[in-house]
Ligand binder design. Sequence first.
Ligand code: NI
Length: 164
Amino acid sequence: MSMLDIITYGHETLGRKAAPVAEFGPELGPFIAEMFEALKRGNGIGLAAPQVDRSIRLFVTDLEGDKPRVFINPEIVLTSQETADIEEGCLSLPGLYQKVQRPEAVRIQAYNEKGRPFTVEADGMLARLILHENDHLDGILFVDRLNALKRERALAQYRRLLRK
Ligand code: NI
């Protein structure tokens, strides 16, 4: 089994809008298995395909206390008016953690690896994770959700981390 490398901030794929998965073919299963492997190796809780340099609309989550989940061609159909301020990190910005304000709850529709549609309603950490990973499919990183000043400070901190 090949190993997927996780790309980091500054790589152009992370800033691109990913394309829908067009075919639910047999190569999807092994790719998803590799995504979960890469997620485990990175000690992460979520990973989107653009983070392994595949610009397709697919992400996986593996949150403690929850089952491993695969979301393909997801659509956010509803978000709560209520927001929450929760600290986030990202395998593509290793070592950087920032509080980000996002909706507290979400309803998302997506397809599984067999092409079957499903809907998930989530709040708390799962909602947070879904919104973070879904952003990756649109080329948005969590630092892009900060105001301009906080974003600059966060990126300066990240650059300092890289030099260490
Ligand atoms: Ni991320």
